[in-house]
Design a protein around this ligand. Structure first.
Ligand SMILES: Nc1nc2c(c(=O)[nH]1)N[C@H]1C(S)=C(S)[C@@H](COP(=O)(O)OP(=O)(O)OC[C@H]3O[C@@H](n4cnc5c(=O)[nH]c(N)nc54)[C@H](O)[C@@H]3O)O[C@H]1N2
Ligand SMILES: Nc1nc2c(c(=O)[nH]1)N[C@H]1C(S)=C(S)[C@@H](COP(=O)(O)OP(=O)(O)OC[C@H]3O[C@@H](n4cnc5c(=O)[nH]c(N)nc54)[C@H](O)[C@@H]3O)O[C@H]1N2
Ligand code: SF4
Ligand SMILES: [Mo]
Length: 741
C-alpha cells in the first residue's frame, strides 16, 4: 500500500549496462523502497538486487562526503577549497618541471555510468595533454573496439543482437543472465531469452563453465579457456568449405572475402577440435545451424576479450555475422541509433578516416596506443622506471585498479612512489588510500542521469533522462564541477577560477566548431542550462531525432525527455549499413591486414602447443559489481560468494574439499580461496569471481572487510596482453591448486 505521505521518484540505475528504470518511494528525505519502474519504455519494471542497493549506497556511512587530504600518512577531512588549494600547490609544478606526460589519468568503470564524469573526463584528459591515459577498457572491451574499428571504421560501431526478433543466438564468453549484458544494453535478458525460446528460437552458449546463461540455453558447449579463436576459425572454415557463405544485401559493401577464405584455409573443424575442446562434428553442425537460421546473431563478450587472442576473437564473431547474412538485418546483429552522442555517426555517411593505432607507444614496454589509451597493465612500470617521461602524478577517477587490474600489490607499491595522486571517488578503498587528495563523488541519487554510451548499444532505440532524486548538500560539488576545477588547475587558471565561465567557454567552443554561423543562436537556445544538462540538450536537439533547435518542432529535446519520466521509445533497431561505415574504403573490411598478420603469426603456431593441466577463469555474481559494492549490507549478506569452483574430478585428483581453503599458485603469485566443488565446471578449469580482496590496510570499507575474499588479479603478474589491443589476459592462465593444510 502506498503511504500518502510518500512521494515517488524515477531514476535510471547507474550500476550496470542494463540501465533499468527504477521507481523510488521517498519519505522525510529518505528512500523507503526501490523497485523496477513498470512503465519504463525500455526496462518495463525489471530490477536486480544491485538496483535496490542504491538505498544502501546512498546511506552508507563509509561513503565519502567530505574531501580528504593525507597529512603525515593519515587522511583528514578538509573543505573543498583546501582540497583544491592543495592540488594547485602540488600538481602544476610537476607538470611545469617534467612535462605533461609526467601526469597519468586513470579512468574506471563507473565513469561510463555517470553523465558528469563521462562528459567532463575527456575535457580533463585534453587539458592535461598527457599520453599516459589508462582505463578499465584494457581489462575489458578494447579488443572489441579495435576489431569494430578495423571492420566498420569506428571504435564504437559495435553491433548488438536484435533479440526481440531473433530466433537463434550464439553466445560466447558472456553470462548476461547474471551480468545483465555488456556492450549490449538489454535489461531482463532472461525474460527476452525466454520469449525467444517460446517462439521456437534457440540459444547456444560456449563457456568453460555451465553458467546461469548456459543453464537456461538449449545447448551448452564447454570450451578450453582462451581457445575461442580456434572454434571460430573452424566455424568460418566450415562456412567456406561447405559453401554456406551468404552475404545477402551486404555483398556489394564487403571487402576482403577472398583474403579471409585463404587465411582460414588451414583451420578446418577437424584440425581445431582438440585445441578448443569441442568435437569437429559439433563445430560443423553449429556452422550449419547458424547459416540456416533466418534471423540469428553471434554475440561474444568479456570472456572472449580478456584472452590472448581477444582482438582476433572479436573480429571473427562479426565475420560470422557477416558471412551468414545476419549483420544489419532484423533479428540479427544490428547497430542501434542513439539520439545523442553517437560518435560513430559523425562525419560524412558511408566512408571515413577509419582508425589507426600506435600513434605513440608506452615508454617502458613499448605497447602501442589504442583508442588514445595505453594498457593499464603498463601503468606500474611507467611509475617505477626512472628517466625522462616517468609518471610522477596521477589522477584516478572512479577506478580501483589495485583490485581490478593484475598484480595490484605491485601497482600499490608504485602508487606510493608518486609525487602526487588525486582520486575522484566515493570511497576510501584499496586504490584511493594511496592518494594525497580524495575528492568525493556524490550519491547517484544526487546527480542527474543520462546514458551517454548505452543508447548506441541498446536492444531498442530509446531516450531517457532522470533528474536528481535528492538535492546535493549545498557545499558539495557535483562531479562535473570537481573535474572542471581540476581542468582549471591544470590549465593554469587556478583553483579559484570561475568554473561556470570555464564551462561556458568550453561549450561555446564546441558549438562554434560544429554550428559555425549559427553558433550564437544555438547557444542562446540552451542559455537557461549549464553543465551536463546543457550538453545533453545540445546533443539531443542536433541528433538524429532532434528538434534542430526549432526547425523540426516534433523532434526531441531535453524538455520533452524531462516530461517523459518513463522515457521515449524510438522504435526497433533498423538497418544502418552502408551509411554507418567509416572505413576509408567505404566497405566492411573482412580481412584487415593487422588481423591477418596476427593470425599468421600466433594461433597458427599455437595449434599444437601443449595444454596446461589446470587454468583459471573469472566470473560475476548478481550481488556483486566489480570491486565496489561489497560494502552494502543488502548485497553483502547471505552465503560467502568468493569461492573457487572446481570440477569433482579435479577436486578428487588434487585432494580438495568443498568449504576448505586451497592455495592457488600461478608463477610467483599465490592466493588462498575457499573451494566449491561443482560439476558446472569444465574439467581442468577453475573459476573465481573478480573484484574481491578487501583485506588491504588503510581502506575504509567496514562491511566489505568482514569477508574480504580472495583477489583473482593477485595471481597475475600483468605481463600477459593481447598485443593488438593491449587488453590484459585474465582468462585461461595456468594455475596449480593444493589444499591448505
Ligand atoms: N580478473 C579479472 N579482472 C577484471 C575483470 C574480470 O572479469 N576478471 N573485469 C574487468 C572489468 S570488465 C572492469 S569494467 C574492471 C572494473 O574495474 P574498475 O574500473 O577499477 O572498477 P571497480 O573495481 O568497480 O572500481 C570502481 C571505483 O569507482 C568508485 N565509484 C563507484 N561509483 C562512483 C561514482 O559515482 N563516482 C566516483 N567518482 N567513483 C565511483 C568505487 O568506489 C571504486 O573505487 O575490472 C576488470 N578486472
Ligand atoms: N552482477 C554483476 N553484473 C555486472 C558486473 C558485475 O561485476 N556484477 N560487471 C559489469 C561489467 S564491468 C561487465 S564488463 C559485464 C561483463 O559481462 P559478461 O560479458 O556477461 O561477463 P561475465 O559475467 O564475466 O561472463 C563471462 C563468461 O565468460 C566465461 N569465460 C571465461 N573465459 C572464457 C573463454 O576463454 N572462452 C569463453 N567462451 N568463455 C569464457 C566465464 O566462465 C563467464 O561465464 O558485466 C557487467 N555486469
Ligand atoms: S540490472 Fe540491476 S544493476 Fe543493472 S541497471 Fe538493472 S537494476 Fe541496475
Ligand atoms: Mo567491465
Amino acid at each position: 500500500m502506498a503511504d500518502a505521505t510518500e512521494t515517488i521518484a524515477h531514476r535510471i540505475c547507474p550500476v550496470c549496462e542494463a540501465c533499468c528504470g527504477l521507481e523510488l518511494r521517498l519519505k522525510d528525505g529518505k528512500v523507503t523502497s526501490i523497485r523496477g519502474h513498470d512503465a519504463d519504455v525500455f526496462s518495463a519494471g525489471y530490477i536486480c538486487p544491485k538496483g535496490a542497493a542504491l538505498k544502501d549506497l546512498h546511506e552508507d556511512p563509509d561513503r565519502l562526503r567530505t574531501p580528504l587530504i593525507k597529512r603525515d600518512g593519515r587522511f583528514v577531512e578538509v573543505s573543498w577549497d583546501e582540497a583544491f588549494a592543495e592540488i594547485e600547490r602540488r600538481l602544476p609544478p610537476i607538470l611545469a618541471q617534467h612535462g605533461r606526460n609526467a601526469a597519468a589519468l586513470v579512468i574506471g568503470n563507473p565513469t561510463v555510468h555517470q553523465v558528469g564524469l563521462m562528459l567532463y573526463f575527456p575535457r580533463l584528459a585534453k587539458a592535461l595533454g598527457t599520453q599516459n591515459m589508462y582505463s578499465a577498457s584494457t581489462l575489458d572491451q578494447m579488443p572489441k573496439q579495435l576489431s569494430s574499428g578495423l571492420m566498420f571504421g569506428h571504435w564504437l560501431s559495435i553491433p548488438v543482437p536484435d533479440i526481440e526478433r531473433s530466433d537463434f543466438l550464439l553466445i560466447l564468453g558472456a553470462n548476461p543472465v547474471v551480468s545483465n549484458g555488456s556492450l549490449w544494453t538489454v535489461p531482463d535478458f532472461r525474460g527476452k531469452a525466454k520469449a525467444l525460446r517460446a517462439r521456437g528460437g534457440r540459444i547456444v552458449v560456449i563457456d568453460p563453465r555451465r553458467s546461469e546463461t548456459a543453464a537456461m540455453a538449449d545447448a551448452h558447449h564447454f570450451i578450453r579457456p582462451g581457445s575461442d579463436v580456434f572454434l571460430l576459425l573452424g566455424l568460418v572454415h566450415t562456412l567456406f568449405d561447405e559453401n554456406l557463405v551468404r552475404l545477402g544485401r551486404l555483398a556489394p559493401h564487403v571487402a576482403g572475402l577472398d583474403a579471409l577464405a585463404k587465411a582460414v584455409a588451414e583451420f578446418s573443424a577437424e584440425r581445431v577440435a582438440a585445441r578448443c575442446g569441442m568435437a569437429a562434428i559439433a563445430i560443423r553442425d553449429l556452422a550449419r545451424t547458424l547459416a540456416a537460421a533466418e534471423r540469428a546473431a553471434v554475440y561474444g563478450r568479456l570472456g572472449t576479450c580478456t584472452q590472448e587472442y581477444g582482438t582476433l576473437v572479436s573480429w571473427l564473431i562479426d565475420v560470422l555475422n557477416v558471412l551468414t547474412g545476419h549483420l544489419d538485418e532484423p533479428g540479427g546483429a544490428m547497430f542501434p541509433k542513439a539520439p545523442a552522442f553517437a560518435a560513430n555517426a559523425a562525419g560524412k555517411p558511408g566512408s571515413g578516416r577509419g582508425i589507426v593505432t600506435g600513434r605513440w607507444h608506452s615508454r617502458v614496454g613499448g605497447a602501442p596506443e589504442v583508442f588514445g589509451e595505453l594498457p593499464i597493465t603498463c601503468l606500474a612500470e611507467e611509475i617505477e622506471t626512472s628517466g625522462d617521461g616517468r609518471i610522477r602524478a596521477l589522477i584516478s577517477v572512479a577506478g580501483n585498479p589495485v583490485l581490478s587490474a593484475p598484480n595490484g600489490s605491485r601497482l600499490a607499491t608504485a602508487l606510493d612512489q608518486l609525487d602526487f595522486m588525486v582520486s575522484v571517488d566515493i570511497y576510501l578503498n584499496e586504490t584511493t588510500r594511496h592518494a594525497d587528495v580524495i575528492l568525493p563523488g556524490s550519491s547517484p541519487l544526487e546527480e542527474v542521469h543520462y546514458d551517454i554510451a548505452f543508447p548506441q548499444l541498446s536492444y531498442r532505440n530509446q531516450a531517457r533522462f532522470s533528474p536528481a532524486v535528492f538535492t546535493r548538500p549545498s557545499d558539495h560539488l557535483a562531479e562535473w564541477q570537481s573535474l572542471l576545477r581540476l581542468i582549471a588547475i591544470v590549465q593554469g587558471r587556478g583553483a579559484a577560477a570561475d568554473i561556470r565561465q570555464l564551462d561556458d567557454d568550453i561549450v561555446a567552443d564546441d558549438v562554434r566548431r560544429i554550428a559555425g554561423p549559427q553558433a550564437e543562436a544555438v547557444m542562446q537556445a540552451v542559455s537557461d542550462l549549464q553543465g551536463p544538462e546543457r550538453q545533453i540538450d545540445l546533443a539531443l536537439r542536433a541528433g538524429p531525432y532532434g528538434d534542430m533547435f526549432g526547425m523540426k518542432p516534433d523532434g526531441l529535446n531535453l524538455a520533452k525527455l524531462k516530461a517523459a519520466p518513463a522515457g521515449i521509445d524510438l522504435g526497433p533497431l533498423a538497418p544502418r549499413l552502408p551509411d554507418l561505415l567509416r572505413t576509408p574504403s567505404g566497405k566492411i573490411e573482412l580481412a584487415p591486414a593487422m588481423l591477418l598478420d596476427d593470425l599468421r603469426r600466433r594461433p597458427a603456431a599455437d595449434l599444437a602447443r601443449p595444454l596446461p593441466e589446470l587454468v583459471i577463469v573469472g566470473r560475476r555474481q548478481v550481488r556483486s559489481n566489480n570491486s565496489w559494492m561489497h560494502n552494502l549490507p543488502i548485497l553483502a549478506k547471505g552465503p560467502f560468494r568468493c569461492t573457487a569452483l572446481v570440477h569433482p574430478q579435479d577436486a578428487q585428483r588434487l585432494g580438495l574439499q568443498s568449504g576448505r581453503m586451497a592455495r592457488i599458485v600461478s608463477g610467483n603469485h599465490a592466493i588462498e580461496a575457499q573451494i566449491e566443488i561443482s560439476d558446472d565446471m569444465m574439467p581442468g578449469v577453475v573459476s573465481l569471481p573478480h573484484g574481491w580482496g578487501h583485506d588491504k590496510h588503510g581502506a575504509r570499507l567496514t562491511r566489505a572487510a568482514e569477508r574480504p575474499g580472495a583477489n583473482l588479479n593477485a595471481l597475475f603478474d600483468g605481463s600477459l596482453r593481447d598485443p593488438l589491443s593491449g587488453n590484459a589476459v585474465l582468462s585461461g592462465v595456468p594455475v596449480k591448486l593444493a589444499p591448505v593444510v
